[in-house]
Design a protein around this ligand. Structure first.
Ligand SMILES: [Zn+2]
Length: 162
């Protein structure tokens, strides 16, 4: 009687049993293992989305004023890159310019691959939105006669820190 192996690995084409085929999503043990390690590498890349502790404004100013000698690279811990910039005047200004664009767009990374972003700008915009919303609420209360003009003015100066 012939033992029929009716499945083949999708990757290497090796004959495998039905059980192996199902347990490894259509691949043999070897290929599945390789696929998993590839996935892990992709996941590691995703870690590049972490946010750096480094200050964005400092990085930006260092790039503008000392970018030609790699100042911003030394600040974020990229010493080797900094030395290259120091020796080549920021790779003839091109490297510095690219970094400047990256910093402004929030894509510049520190030595750990963490992005340096402008946190203050985000905080300020969140705060101003919420105070505007709060003011709107009090304005409605004023318009509907629930609070007086005096009470509204008081709240307004409180919210705007006047
Ligand atoms: Zn295989």
């Amino acid at each position: 009687m012939l033992i029929k192996l009716d499945k083949k690995c999708r990757k290497c084409g090796r004959d495998i049993s039905n059980q192996e085929y199902e347990e490894h999503n259509g691949y043999c043990v070897m290929c599945e293992e390789r696929l998993i390690s590839k996935k892990e590498k992709i996941n590691k890349k995703k870690k590049g989305n972490e946010i750096s502790e480094k200050d964005w404004l400092t990085t930006l100013l260092l790039c503008i004023f000392t970018g030609g000698i790699g100042g911003h690279n030394f600040y974020v811990g990229k010493d080797a890159k900094g030395i290259i910039y120091l020796l080549t005047m920021g790779i003839f200004g091109i490297g510095t310019l690219i970094d400047l664009i990256d910093i402004i767009s929030g894509n510049f990374k520190d030595r750990f691959g963490k992005r340096i972003i402008n946190r203050k700008e985000q905080n300020i915009s969140v705060n101003s939105i919420s105070s505007a919303d709060e003011l709107k609420k009090y304005k409605e209360l004023l318009d509907t006669g629930i609070i007086t003009q005096d009470e509204f003015e008081k709240k307004k100066s409180q919210i705007l820190n006047l």
